[in-house]
Design a protein. Structure first.
Length: 346
């Protein structure tokens, strides 16, 4: 039994029950999002809502989308989103479904479950966050999934799996003192294995200079297939984080996955030329959404968009690539992946 398991309420871990976290390219029943509501995050929340609408409609071409909407904003959301997006009214503090939402699990027998990790708004960066901490339980209830609870403070953006036992995460995130000061890295790793049904955790150095999430993996690297990782290039001219990216590449170089396969890396640029007044502007092309038959990628209106699209066309194995502007969304420190949470098909 791991440190995060409550022996009174939870006798077995997900792994012991045969559950595991599937890869994001596995078939989905749908996608959850959270309507923009925290004014302090963005300088122009009206423009952010337009980005959310565009992203929701792009995903809805491939799979159903449900938008969590706080009380008092349902009419505004419905007028903007139209009738093809399902609304679910619930109190929320913020709008990052990847991090506040559950990590869904399946067992290969037609059953679906999910983990409610503890959420503290990225190290108590924002207040309040109690409604967001309860959001995961709400989503699991709505989807009829069995619920498991973990005392580990963690966010979905800090986790990437291949669906075959391998997990990528970073040293700068979950072991950070602003999240789990009383947990050792070994204890965190054991909890991730027990909760997500993985066999091997690969730790990348992360990014200590990225202070909004403390270096979430979804801005650094992502599995695109078993044994295949897309990772940010560290050799772009003028990149202030070039050394950090090279350290992450070096840490992954020579690694094998849980099945013993050597991991092959494909490099992708960052949107370095994108202009913004925000010091937390998200420039990561990795921060997109794998949908049923499609990939929703961020667009910044710069030449690197075309380079990134070509990379995705090569690694997304026939999925339609749909580019959506994130100029407003990215000023809040996140991207398309951060505001979405897929519901795997059981």
């Amino acid at each position: 039994m791991t440190k995060g398991v409550d022996a009174v309420t939870q006798a077995e871990t997900p792994a012991e029950c045969g559950f595991y976290m599937p890869a994001e390219w596995a078939p989905h029943d749908g996608c959850w999002m959270m309507w923009p509501c925290r004014q302090e995050v963005w300088s122009d929340i009206e423009a952010v809502k337009q980005d959310y609408v565009a992203i929701a409609h792009a995903i809805a071409r491939f799979e159903p989308v449900t938008m969590a909407v706080p009380p008092g904003t349902v009419k505004d959301a419905r007028n903007r989103l139209g009738s093809d997006i399902t609304l679910a009214e619930i109190p929320i503090d913020d709008s990052w479904a990847r991090d506040a939402g559950p990590c869904f699990l399946v067992d290969g027998k037609g059953n679906r479950a999910g983990v409610n990790f503890t959420f503290n708004a990225w190290g108590e960066t924002y207040h309040p966050y109690d409604s967001d901490n309860a959001f995961s339980e709400f989503v699991l209830s709505k989807t009829g999934a069995r619920q498991f609870h973990s005392k580990l403070i963690a966010e979905g953006g800090g986790i990437c799996v291949d669906g075959e036992g391998t997990l990528l995460t970073t040293e700068t995130c979950f072991p950070n003192a602003n999240r789990n000061p009383d947990w050792s890295r070994d204890e965190i790793e054991a909890e991730l294995k027990a909760m997500l049904g993985v066999k091997k955790v690969i730790w990348l150095p992360g990014n200590e200079l990225e202070t909004e999430t403390n270096g979430h993996i979804d801005g650094i690297a992502m599995f695109v297939a078993p044994g295949q990782v897309l990772i940010e290039d560290g050799d772009e001219p003028g990149d202030p984080w070039g050394e950090i990216k090279r350290a992450n590449i070096a840490a992954l170089d020579g690694q094998t996955d849980a099945q013993g396969r050597s991991i092959h890396m494909t490099l992708i640029p960052e949107a370095l030329e994108a202009e913004s007044d925000s010091d937390k502007f998200c420039r990561s092309y990795l921060n997109g959404y794998i949908a049923n038959g499609g990939f929703i990628m961020p667009r910044y209106g710069i030449p690197a968009d075309d380079v990134a699209r070509e990379v995705f066309e090569d690694v997304m194995f026939g999925r339609e690539i749909v580019a959506v502007s994130v100029d407003a969304l990215a000023t809040g420190g996140g991207g398309i992946h951060c505001i979405t949470q897929q519901v795997p098909r059981a």
